[in-house]
Design a protein around this ligand. Structure first.
Ligand SMILES: Cc1ncc(COP(=O)(O)O)c(C=O)c1O
Length: 444
């Protein structure tokens, strides 16, 4: 792995940076005046292309094979970077598991490759119902409805349940699908400070006092995807009950890969089967597209089937996807699943420890997401380029996805990573930050 560091040194010739590539953000192109809609897209494209030309637009990359602990990514400018892969969402390393691949093949032979309709019409197969039941057992919530993606599940659950006169109380850092769902459903959105339970309580009290007649959906995440931290789920559920609200928890990043039995934060906090609604995604631990909404109430499941538009008006998960997810749920619930979670946690702790030893700030708590604070947006863009050239593949998160100048590297760990790989990765991050400070003349 020392080769990787040598490559970093080779890449360290003096770079002439165009300042424009380090300035601005995608937010600048969100609301532009003018009648010409195409011109608005073109303005963004020109800004992004300038970043591409300077190697500081690390988005829309193409993966050259399976998303393993090492991988090759092709950037938009055609450059190929190979190295340690902390950029894939493959928490339990199930994408190449023999049972998972065999299940996909068997489903393809039985059903062909098809997309046969919405779950509201004829899009389900027998295995769809079996998956709903098995997921219900994992969650200890019997009523599970599957969605084509996790995003669709989050958006659809809120838009499907909440009407214009109802209210959504939500953590300000909740995922985009939850914000978009709330915005589409009602103007009555009340954001609370991240993880601030007292603020949640004050908001719920005020909303309930002012409006005793309409519904309230309280929305949070089990493990926040930019900060790797978790709310007090017991307290949130108690507050929801006290104020006549329903609680929904997005478990996209913790279900299956964390907690006893793979029950995620809900299991870690003794709340498995104890909250009103749970939604999640299969795209992090379960090796497939797809999402779900779970509850104890058959009526909610059937209501969402017909009132959650991304479910009703979009085709269901294909039989191959269903088979993959079922096989992954099987592994998650087995002794092998626990071994994989143990390996994952070992790799997470190793990486966090190695980064800290290098004097790098790591945010949040041990989870498959390891957010590394880079800070200044310009510095972060250059650092990310240097890392990628040196053989560390990890995703950059910058404003407006996080607040201005609190850019971070979102390293996503998988069971196939080892603490030794974490050591190498941490050295590359430290070297790249050093180099980026030299190039940008930034001291922090
Ligand atoms: C917290 C959270 N919820 C929902 C989603 C959407 O899931 P999917 O990628 O399956 O659409 C994501 C993934 O980006 C996420 O991080």
């Amino acid at each position: 792995m020392d080769e990787l560091l040598e490559r970093a040194a080779d890449a360290a010739q003096e770079e002439v940076m165009d300042g424009a590539a380090l300035r601005g953000s995608s937010f600048d192109y969100l609301a532009q005046p003018g009648t010409n809609l195409a011109a608005k897209a073109q303005a963004f494209h020109a800004w992004a292309e300038n970043r591409v030309a300077h190697g500081v637009f690390p988005y829309a990359k193409r993966l050259g094979g399976r998303p393993g602990a090492t991988a090759e990514l092709t950037l938009l400018d055609g450059q190929r970077h190979a190295g340690l892969n902390y950029s894939s969402q493959e928490y339990l390393s199930l994408a190449r598991h023999p049972r998972v691949c065999a299940a996909a093949q068997a489903a393809m032979e039985r059903y062909g490759v098809h997309s046969a309709g919405s779950t509201a019409l004829a899009g389900n197969v027998e295995e769809t119902t079996a998956l709903e039941a098995e997921l219900g057992e994992l969650l200890r919530m019997p009523e599970v409805l599957l969605f084509p993606t996790g995003w669709a599940a989050g958006f659809g659950a809120i838009k499907g349940l909440v009407r214009e006169t109802d209210h959504v109380v939500m953590d300000q850092l909740a995922h985009n699908c939850l914000h978009e769902g709330a915005r589409a459903a009602t103007p009555n959105i009340h954001l609370h400070r991240h993880l601030d339970m007292d603020h949640v309580e004050r908001l719920l009290k005020r909303v309930r006092q002012r409006d005793p007649h309409n519904g309230i959906l309280l929305v949070t995440e089990g493990c926040f995807s930019m900060d790797a931290d978790s709310p007090d789920l017991k307290r949130l559920q108690a507050l929801a009950r006290e104020h006549g609200a329903l609680l929904m928890v997005d478990v996209a990043h913790d279900l299956g890969c964390m907690g006893p039995g793979g029950g995620g934060q809900l299991a870690l906090q003794g709340m498995l089967g104890q909250v009103d609604l749970v939604m999640g995604s299969f795209s992090k631990t379960f090796a497939s597209n797809g999402g779900f909404v779970a509850s104890h109430d058959r009526a909610i499941k059937e209501y969402l089937r017909f009132y959650a538009a991304p479910n009703t008006f979009s085709n269901a998960l294909s039989p191959v996807q269903v088979a993959i997810i079922r096989a992954c749920v099987g592994v998650v619930r087995s002794a092998e699943g626990q071994q994989r979670r143990d390996r994952l946690m070992h790799a997470i702790l190793g990486l966090r420890g190695a980064l800290t030893e290098q004097g790098i700030t790591v945010l949040g708590h041990p989870s498959p997401i390891v957010p590394v604070l880079l800070g200044n947006d310009a510095l972060a863009r250059v650092a990310c380029r240097e890392m990628s050239r040196a053989g560390l593949l990890a995703n950059l998160v910058e404003y407006p996805a996080v607040s201005l100048n609190s850019a971070r590297l979102r390293m996503q760990v998988m069971a196939d990573h080892t603490p030794a790989l974490g050591q190498t990765a941490a050295r590359i991050v430290a070297e790249a930050l050093h180099r980026a400070r030299e190039i940008t003349g930034t001291s922090h």
